[in-house]
Design a protein around this ligand. Structure first.
Ligand code: GLU
Length: 305
């Protein structure tokens, strides 16, 4: 197995997806506690309590939530394991969704007071700036360009850019090997920028959402899909006959943050405090949603800027 810990710093430890390509675990340095069971039926609803009588001085976003009697959360809904809407049951699930619910509960809002809005990667800053969502939780990498428009709490998860190809296809080890090929990603995402800026010989195709890229990969329109490994693992796990995550090293480091209105320092401090002092809740949410995915990540330290 050739999966390298390219990003072994910053507490990131990745394991190749055990489910996907028959890789053995073999990732050294798994975090302590990583051997704990997969979580099984650890109900995340039991992992946190809905707070009562919450006071949050100086947060315009929280004031608005209280006035409206609800919280509006921007999410993804086509990313299994992270942010997913089951079209049949209408249930939302995933690591990001439970992180979003945990934050809502800490602010006094139970599930029936949450309104979810699916916002594609390219539209996140604008949705936050417009006040269309109170906060955003959806594989949203913290970076300086985005910080010009919005703020981030966190990080609460670390992954990195990977590649998804057809099962049984080429196990690309780097982006250089894809020169002349067509790679698909989402508009406005960090992986599409990385390719366009640094690998001009790769042809790109873009869509609003990654699931469209995945459909195009299966139908042979594109040679690979690139985005965060954690997202790709979710697609491959859903369709292992057609899809596999390549085993090359991760291409970037992506630290996920909660997108917030710029300047709402009180809300940012509240969420950072929740992440820092939230006890076992982060781990329970991870185990429930990603415990059997083959991803092994420790909870990152909050970077309270
Ligand atoms: N984490 C990357 C980003 O924020 C890729 C995933 C996504 O588009 O949500 O751009």
């Amino acid at each position: 197995m050739r999966f390298k810990k390219a990003l072994a710093t910053a507490g990131f430890v990745a394991a190749a997806a055990l489910l996907l390509s028959g890789c053995n675990s073999g990732t050294p340095g798994a975090p302590e506690g990583g051997g704990e069971g997969s979580g099984g039926d650890t109900g995340a609803s039991e992992a946190w309590e809905v707070a009562t009588d919450v006071q949050l001085e100086g947060s315009p976003t929280f004031d608005k939530m209280q006035k409206d009697g609800k919280v509006v959360i921007g999410v993804k809904e086509d990313q299994p394991g992270l942010g997913y809407l089951d079209n049949v049951t209408q249930e939302r699930s995933g690591f990001d969704i439970d992180i979003a619910r945990w934050i809502a509960a800490s602010l006094g809002f139970d599930e029936d007071k949450i309104e979810y809005k699916a916002i594609a990667s390219a539209n996140r800053e604008q949705a936050i700036m417009n006040g269309d969502v109170d906060y955003y939780v959806g594989t949203y990498s913290i970076n300086d360009k985005r910080k010009e428009d919005i703020d981030f709490a966190g990080p609460y998860f670390i992954t990195g850019q990977g590649l998804l190809v057809k099962a049984g296809g080429t196990d690309y080890q780097s982006l250089e090997e894809l020169e002349g090929k067509t790679v698909c990603s989402a508009t406005g995402s960090t992986p599409i920028s990385n390719i366009k800026e640094n690998f001009p010989k790769i042809k790109t195709q873009e869509f609003d959402i990654y699931s469209t890229c995945v459909e195009n990969l299966i139908s042979g329109q594109v040679d690979a899909v690139t985005t965060d490994q954690a997202i790709l693992i979710g697609y491959a796990a859903q369709d292992p006959d057609n899809l596999m995550v390549t085993t090359g090293p991760l291409l970037t480091e992506e630290k996920y943050g909660v997108g917030l209105t710029k300047g709402d320092d009180a809300l940012r401090a509240h969420i950072n405090d929740l992440f820092t002092n939230g006890g076992d809740t982060w781990q329970a949410i991870f185990d429930k949603n990603l415990g059997t995915s083959g991803i092994t990540v420790e909870q990152p330290k909050v970077d309270a800027y």
